[in-house]
Design a protein. Sequence first.
Length: 278
Amino acid sequence: MDFYTFLIVLFAALLHAVWNSIIQSSSNSFLESFNFAFWKVPLSLSLILLLPLPHPDSWPYIAGSIVVHFVYTYSFVYTYSRNELSLAYPIFRGAPQIIILLISYFILKENISSIGWVAVLITSLGIISLSFMGNKINPRSIISIAIVAFTIVGYTTIDGLGARLSLQSFSYIAWIFFIMYSMYAITIGYKQGYEPCINHLKKNYIKGIFAASISMLGYSLILWAMTRAPIPYVAALRETSIIFVGIIGYLYLSEKMTIYKILSLLTIVLGAVLIRLA
């Protein structure tokens, strides 16, 4: 991976960590997700009006991505709502990278070097190791965690291919976000009640606009990077966001930084360095 793309993906990972920390700090994850989704609709619409249409070959991928992103987002917020994110997050962010690597190599025929294989595996294992630091996961949450993990594999693979075919990666994701988050906001408003959703929106609109903006920018940059580098490299490097989450948690959320956690984060750093060399 060239150095410029490497830096762009790391920046996107930082943005990913920041907006995840914003959602995590909310007392009601579903209301916060409504706030987040609501503002993504006009933001994505503005890009749609400014940018050319994606290439026609990419529209089946856009349709598939909308469905997968919807299931992912709802399942992800549900896991947040059960307060098990610290245990579940490393599993459903780390494990999919191994599956994406296998799909990319054996099915998509991506050119993965030996160093690339080692880099992605080290990064994934470093992330997964963070899940062993706390209590056991509630068995009732295993299904939602598995859904999140497989949808991450799904949208990463679909969007990596779709962005390449679109010839307009920013327009590609704008259409996905406009349709998907419109559907999501309507769904959450119906399930949670539109009055509490709107009241939360009014009180937290600055946070919602900020989180929606950096989330959209971050994922747009990731798709752009996937047009320049193998999908598993970009996907794994994006998950270095967990390093930034750890730093943010330690500095601002009073989370402990144990020796075990430091070693896990250093393992992820090693994987990121190897991705740069791959």
